[in-house]
Design a binder for this molecule. Sequence first.
Ligand code: CA
Ligand code: CA
Ligand code: CA
Ligand code: CA
Length: 389
Amino acid sequence: MKSFIFGLGGILLVLLTLAACGLSPQPAPTAAPQPTVPPDEPTAAPAPTIPFHAGFDYDGDGRSDAALFTPNGWQTALSSGAGFDAPASGPWAANLGMWGEIPFAGDFNGDGKTDVAVLNWNGEFWVGLSTGSSFDGEGSGLWASPAGLWGGIPLSGDFDGDGRDDVLVFTENDGLRVGLSTGTSFDAPNSGRWNSPAGLWSEQPFTGDFDGDGKDDMAILNWQGQVWVGLSSGSGFDAPGGGQWPVREAPWGGMPLSGDFNGDGKTDLAVFTPESIWKVNLSSGSSFDAEGSGDWNSAAGLWGELPTVGDFDGDGRTDIAILNGNSEWWVGLSTGASFDAPGSGLWPSVAGTWCDVPLNAPDFWRFDHLTPNMQNIWEGRFRLAGCGQ
Ligand SMILES: [Ca+2]
Ligand SMILES: [Ca+2]
Ligand SMILES: [Ca+2]
Ligand SMILES: [Ca+2]
């Protein structure tokens, strides 16, 4: 018995020895360790404040999109975060807008989806409410208002801070006319002429919540490179704190674009210059020279192309996008200190061709001195050089 056990032990010993020598079948080699994959970046927290212009978010998903007024109707280029080709991009049905009328955008009924409107030759406002896939939502149509005047420049903003964007018409001889939205018209109480320390015809107007109090304000850039601000009280642009604000650098001849480029809740001013430089003037609430102001690097933008703004990646900071003569969209995503965050560059798109009018921009169209290849001559209609208009 003992010898049998020893015999078994010997056999086992031999087998173990053989195994150790690699003569018995080996288990499959373990796969080489994989390079460590960093976990996905956490999704950026939503912006803490309601963005100016409701962020130009036509489908209401939290990322800004582009909308275009074209001779053949309305188009949207919806952001997916990496392209302007999200589903539902392309032509959107609407019952407003003759080519030659003046388009603008805002969330006029305050439902979180940005709408479109036109000011027509009769001084009427026609509104197309977004359904998320068209501009013919219930309530669309002619909106009554005391503010309309053909020849004026319509700008939008939530001037009384009730969550619905209103219209401001900047006129040559009739001051600033405001139409406050009721959700179905632009004639809420306090609509009419609003006083302001800012705003002479021939200057460049823009809007935004410059002091971050929840009511959108208006401002102008003048030929001296000065910026004058009219802060909204809810019934005028003459609240305390308005007047000339110090500015870092806002050269006349550039294009002023407003947005919250550093995401602090106060609307800032960027001026895109003929040298293709983005001069960013950050609002402190009482000036446009807060820390971080200066020339921002950008992955996008040559002078002569059509600059627009929006928070295209939905991180709370306003970005820039440019539609160029090849009908390409180039995007510069804000880092808070530059427009070249990862993801910037050429974005695929299903809409936006040269000569379309992109809406995400203040009015710079009427100025005919801007550039030889994009003459924005104001003769009652838009004119883009080479567009046969
Ligand atoms: Ca809306
Ligand atoms: Ca409002
Ligand atoms: Ca304000
Ligand atoms: Ca800001």
